[in-house]
Design a binder for this molecule. Structure first.
Ligand code: PPS
Length: 691
């Protein structure tokens, strides 16, 4: 039996929960109406409201009007909304425990519904609504006004994706960005501090300056990139993470070749903030609105359709015939309906953009029986974390009301590491998923690699082909598909659907018709500008595509005149060049860039930005520092040696030599025309200009 004081404090908390819920539902109601709804006397409500206001959960404001009894208005504060969410959990947990005890008393067995950790198992009922972090519409309007006075953090695109899934319950049971204790547990052993399985750190990374301007316990507003307030957060934790440890533990290696490790070291802020989030509004999406569903919208849809078993297919690629076969088989095997659940948030750099992919999905949806299959878009920012990511994807799909989840070969694989080897084994994700399947609360439908058997004209799992020495097995890898698209070569019907191929060709015409960027990098005086100029003239002579030269000096005059040569300023300068070049590339032109661009991480950032739209050809003008200094065309090296120019690349500032440039040109004893010609040959060789 719980002791009396504990019991009475629970009662107090339940009462507070009921009052906060009621204020959220009807913030403008009179005190009398609130007291009636909660079922207590006016006097008791008054005392409770006073205490709640003192604790910072409720905001009291005076309102004009003749009716004295309506003199005050009560509304939830950010903190009150977060407290309501916490108490909701606690309240539900108690009710479930009570139900379980009653069940045991009446039947002699436990209900099976009530778990050790109620939050996980509660979700086993895939049709019941799951908790969201949003406050009601009326409360949101009030909170928005209040939040306008708070210190703001402008969310990055990845943080917006994370926040959306936090708020709509996609990341249930998380109630906000991870605290330091939860983060440590997740990094070390995939568990929150209370033991709940959660494999991915969902953290709010910010700059040191921003972090140090905050007090612990302070509320901040979280804004999207246009400045719209989406949520508020009470900052309970602030710490500097050990990013190398995070990389090793979560992604398996501290290697920048992994997209998420690269993000961690080169894009994420240095400090993490943690704390509960109060949702004000969903991020706005103007594209494919009708195809986006929150977990509760999907649950309601399954309920309406009577779908008791739903198998989800996660994808970040266009669907080809092998995928269709795999999804059909999975639905058959699980005796379930099928949800195609593609990711449209952030995927692997270099992937086909989501607009094209969704058009591809739409083009093949009618190849599925409409009564048994549905498609919904998921605004998830993938991390490409293989095994851990598969477990995470399973939890997210469970939250979206699915009962089964397909895990194929190399699930969420990040590609090769910097030694050219795979980060994870092809079936590591299936193994980890299997280990935690029970706890995730969703069944895995695992598949081996699907290949096409020509003699039988059908797809089969590679490991189930008994007569593989007697039949012809066909397969087109992702790399081969990209090559065929880039070169305008045939893509056979056994591999994909004509509608999908048409859509892909529309977005990605053969390389010789696409835009591209040639990015020269090298020391000052290495010859970048001279070769770039010669190349520009040669390309203009050939005609066909507009050519723009973004030379270091020109850019510094026209785009970056206020910048100096600190690391921060150089990065900004190169990112500006990258942005302009990516726009030119996207629109089918040729951009030639010729800055020093000394830092590898920034060059990689620019590469990733541009490769979404066309080729990025990095040309290292490999003139040695000694030769550049000997030439000293602008007399800058002399000044740098004399200390009159600070932070001079190669003398008093570093230069990361490109490790894998598309081309490296030597300029010593080679004339400019020849250097430019080498670049032209490379472009021809890459299919970027017609031979
Ligand atoms: S960076 O690092 O890429 O932003 O530099 P970039 O914009 O290409 O530099 C353009 C020219 O600035 C001159 N300059 C310096 N270079 C390096 N370090 C320092 N401190 C510096 N100060 C001035 C230099 O002549 C660069 O011209 P190029 O065309 O490379 O010779």
């Amino acid at each position: 039996m719980p002791s009396a004081p504990a019991n009475s404090s629970l009662e107090d908390e339940d009462l507070l929960f009921r009052i906060l819920s009621q204020l959220d539902k009807a913030p403008d109601a009179s005190q009398r109406a609130t007291a009636t709804a909660v079922g207590i006397s006016l006097g008791r409500l008054n005392a409770q409201l006073r205490a709640a206001a003192e604790a910072g959960f409720v905001k009291v404001s005076e309102r004009a009007g003749p009716d004295k009894r309506q003199r005050f208005a009560y509304a939830l504060t950010t903190r009150g909304a977060a407290e309501k969410n916490r108490l909701t959990d606690q309240f539900l947990a108690r009710k479930f425990a009570e139900y379980d005890a009653l069940h045991a008393e009446l039947t002699g067995t436990t209900s099976g519904l009530v778990p050790f950790k109620y939050r996980t198992k509660l979700m086993q009922n895939n049709l019941a609504p799951i908790p969201e972090l949003y406050v009601s519409y009326d409360s949101a309007q009030k909170l928005k006004v209040e939040a306008a006075d708070l210190v703001s953090h402008d969310l990055s695109p990845r943080q917006i994706c994370d926040l959306e899934l936090l708020m709509n319950g996609g990341f249930n049971p998380l109630k906000g960005f991870l605290s330091e204790e939860d983060y440590n547990g997740v990094v070390e052993n995939m568990r929150l501090a209370d033991g709940t399985l959660w494999p991915m750190p969902i953290t709010l990374d910010v700059t040191e300056d921003f972090a140090s301007s905050l007090e612990i316990g302070q509320d901040i507003a979280l804004r999207d990139q246009e400045g719209v307030i989406l949520a508020t957060m009470t900052v309970t934790d602030r710490w500097e993470p050990n990013k190398s440890r995070e990389a090793e533990k979560v992604f398996g290696a501290d290697d920048d070749a992994h997209p998420a490790v690269n993000y961690l070291h080169n894009q994420a802020g240095k400090i993490y903030l943690g704390g509960p989030v109060t949702g004000i509004q969903q991020p706005v999406h103007y594209d494919f609105r009708g195809r986006r569903d929150t977990p509760n919208e999907l649950r309601a849809y399954f309920r309406k359709m009577g779908w008791r078993k739903v198998v989800a297919f996660q994808t970040r690629n266009p669907l080809h015939r092998a995928h269709q076969e795999l999804t059909f088989r999975a639905a058959r095997e699980a005796q379930a309906n099928l949800l195609i659940h593609p990711v449209v948030g952030m995927t692997k750099p270099g992937d086909v953009d989501h607009f094209t992919r969704v058009r591809c999905y739409e083009a093949v949806l009618d190849k599925y029986p409409a009564a048994t299959t549905s498609m919904s878009l998921l605004n998830l920012a993938m991390r490409m974390a293989g095994p851990r990511e598969a477990v995470w994807h399973g939890l997210i799909r469970k939250n979206h009301g699915c009962t089964h989840f397909i895990v194929g070969r190399d699930h969420a694989g990040p590609g090769k590491n910097s030694a050219g080897e795979d980060f994870y084994g092809p079936y590591d994700a299936q193994d980890l998923f299997r280990e935690h399947e029970e706890e995730i609360g969703i069944k895995m439908v695992d598949f081996k690699h699907m290949v096409y058997v020509q003699e039988r004209a059908q797809y089969e799992p590679a490991d189930e082909i008994a007569d593989k020495d007697d039949v012809t097995i066909l397969n087109i890898s992702g790399t081969e598909l990209r090559r065929r698209l880039a070169e305008g070569l045939e893509i056979p019907e056994w591999f994909s659907f004509p509608e999908v191929v048409k859509e892909l060709r529309r977005t990605k015409p053969p390389r010789s018709q696409q835009g591209f960027t040639v990015f020269f990098t090298g020391f000052s005086g290495s010859g970048k500008s001279t070769i770039a100029n010669a190349l520009m003239v040669k390309l203009m002579e050939m005609g066909g595509r507009p050519v723009t030269l973004l030379d270091g000096d020109i850019v510094r005059k026209n785009l970056s005149s206020e910048l100096g040569f600190s690391k921060e300023h150089r990065d900004l300068n190169i990112k500006r060049i990258g942005y302009v070049a990516s726009e030119i590339t996207k629109n089918g032109g040729i951009a030639i860039c010729a800055p020093i661009a000394p830092y590898a991480a920034t060059r990689r950032h620019v590469r990733e930005e541009i490769e979404q739209y066309g080729a990025f050809v990095e040309v290292h003008v490999a003139t040695s520092i000694e030769e550049c200094e000997r030439r000293d065309r602008k007399g800058l090296y002399k000044l740098a040696r004399e200390g009159k120019i600070k932070e001079f690349t190669g003398i008093s500032d570093p230069y990361d030599v490109p490790v894998n440039p598309e081309l490296s040109v030597e300029t010593e004893n080679v004339d400019v025309d020849n250097c430019a010609h080498q670049v032209l040959l490379k472009l021809e060789n890459m299919g970027l200009i017609a031979g």
